[in-house]
Design a protein around this ligand. Sequence first.
Ligand SMILES: Cc1cc2nc3c(=O)[nH]c(=O)nc-3n(C[C@H](O)[C@H](O)[C@H](O)COP(=O)(O)OP(=O)(O)OC[C@H]3O[C@@H](n4cnc5c(N)ncnc54)[C@H](O)[C@@H]3O)c2cc1C
Length: 559
Amino acid sequence: MNNNWDTSCDVVVVGSGAAGLTGAITAAHQGLDVLVVEKLAGWGGTTAYSGGGMWIPDNYLMAEDGARDSFQEALQYLEAIIEDVGPASSRARKEAYLRRGPEMVELLRDLGMKWSRVALYPDYYPFVPGAKTGRIIEAEVFNARKLGDLKDSVIDAPLPPMAFGTGDAALLPIATRTWKAFRRLMGIMGRTIGWHLTGKIPFPLGKALVGNMMHVLQSNFNVPIWLETPLKDLVMEDSRVVGVVVEQQGEIKRIQANRAVLLAAGGFAKNDSYRRKFQPVGEEWSSAPPGDEGDAIRIAGKIGAALAMMEQAWWGASMEINGEISFSVYERSLPGSMIVDQTGQRFANESTSYVDLGEEILRREAETGKAVPSWMVFDARYRKRYLFGMLPPGYTPQKLVEDGSLIKADSLDDLARQTGMDGVTLKETIGQLNSYARHGIDKDFRRGDGIYDRFYSDPTVKPNPNLAPLEKAPFWAVRVYPGDLGTKGGLLTDEYARVLREDNSVIEGLYASGNSTASVMGGTYPGPGASIGPAATFSYIGMRHAAGEPAAEQPGEPG
Ligand SMILES: Cc1cc2nc3c(=O)[nH]c(=O)nc-3n(C[C@H](O)[C@H](O)[C@H](O)COP(=O)(O)OP(=O)(O)OC[C@H]3O[C@@H](n4cnc5c(N)ncnc54)[C@H](O)[C@@H]3O)c2cc1C
């Protein structure tokens, strides 16, 4: 019997991203006494770095907008796109996620969370039955002043203090191309100035999400958050988890958890040795923050938790500019650009979802050894028209050319020479793409065919808004790597978010969600927000279960 506890509560939540905060809110709402421990000095995790979108089919905002959706259609869609990756994406887990995600969103709304919906953002496989547009919701821009002193300890995420959301983000890169986009940019600028003039501090995107969640947690329940307090171990009694060991300022503390421990400590994107053990690449091109080192996965693994899908990540194409890793969402999709391997050949639809593009880069590398890095190539017209990373249209500091972040060339021969590509192949590829652009059909990879591709496009470019000829010097090239937004393999959990052993038995008292777990999404990404949506939902489900929710109210029964 362990009775030498330093402190005691009902639930210890490990981690303060979307999974942790949603779990803490749910448990506190159930009347449980909750403590959150966070390893870093800043709270918010990868979630604070993110776009903050959550993919929640059939949510109440859709209903309010008159947008039709249903559990059955969403399930049909998920069943069609998620390959069999084993129990992490079992039918029961998919159903649990789809049934209870909307409920989780409504609970947070009822407690004061301000949601909005990005009505025009399509699912990533729009041709698959059950796909819809506008299943993504996000938190409204958040005034960080509402958090008092806690605003100062949010993780230092690289998001500008501007009043904008995901829906705006698609228009910003083309702000000089259409009046609609220009007006949107002006609106954001005006709103941002207004916020600052009135003493408000705007948290956008992922910071809006965690800011809103933290505010809900504190204003309703005043739950303590212990920063710089990493989980070090789990305490077991009769094969049940009954508490945690943490470290605080060099001191070891034991915390009793009468009901549950929720592991919401993210994945292992920044643990290079883990990544090299399980994955094709290391941590260097990941956009996740430094605390994402797989602690929870390792610690629960030690007590017999089963691991699954450790080779998986939320892949994508990353660029390195000025020494900073930048995950490419819109740059690769806009017309007048293409991605080629080191021989100068295209190998994928550049406008496809980032997960698929990341996987294509990895596949190409495995097959040819010539895709890491690949090159994003574009011409002068593209650079003049569009935002590139944070570089405004037409403005490229010479320093970035000098440090090799961007290669600039007067001719295609010069570009080939500077990048090491074969000039003849490069010219052939561009000639082919230019011809596709003129006819509007990419016969090789169907770029621009679907509404997802066109979400990031230039509608003034005809006939295909994702394709324009590359013909105007100077030509540019940027290195592209298989980056990621974090990993998505880890602890195997059931439809109640309980951590399982290899033999499928439940480790009583231990729950997990978010990137600490093997994702319900398997190897795919159905739509915008498909990482944070399940992270928050399974925390909600798990903490309801821990609070003793009757089985009849748990997922599984058709509703
Ligand atoms: C640039 C970017 C954009 C993205 N955009 C989106 C998007 O729009 N929609 C979407 O769905 N996904 C998006 N993602 C992915 C998404 O942000 C993450 O997958 C998700 O936020 C993970 O949530 P989480 O709560 O599991 O982990 P996190 O948010 O990473 O939180 C885990 C927390 O646990 C802490 N921790 C780690 N170890 C310990 C320990 N030993 N003890 C205590 N605490 C510990 C960490 O420091 C961290 O604060 C994006 C990611 C990035 C990088």
